[in-house]
Write a protein that binds this ligand. Sequence first.
Ligand code: ZN
Ligand code: ZN
Ligand code: ZN
Length: 143
Amino acid sequence: MKRAKKKQFQDFVAAKGLKSTRQRDLILECFLASDSHLSTEELYLKVRAKNPAIGFATVYRTLKLFAEAGIAREIHFGDGQSRYEHVAEGEHHDHLVCTRCGSVQEFENEAIEKLQQEVAEQFGFKVETHKLELYGICPKCRK
Ligand SMILES: [Zn+2]
Ligand SMILES: [Zn+2]
Ligand SMILES: [Zn+2]
């Protein structure tokens, strides 16, 4: 799966007429090696640990490029930070976001998905995409 994403990104870069660069490859490695919801800052710290020559702006731009290439999804959890997660083809999940510690739990619920669909249909609305985020206090913080 990781390899498929790399390939997808390489194809995208080639189609855009961009050169592939070592720095971008390293950023991609770091991104794919993590499986959480990374902010640009967090990814930057990971990248910098491996190559201090890579600047924040490069990481920022590269993440935008990942999103454009369809290998990353940009998410906002209402704290003003952009976060990114990998998107797997045809996969979908929603999020429970802790407002104290910022931890994020993923979930999938078929009944909710179906209900959303029904609501949209009632309004003659065709859903193309959606995000559902529930904000509250996680089990750890509730202790
Ligand atoms: Zn959903
Ligand atoms: Zn928490
Ligand atoms: Zn997620």
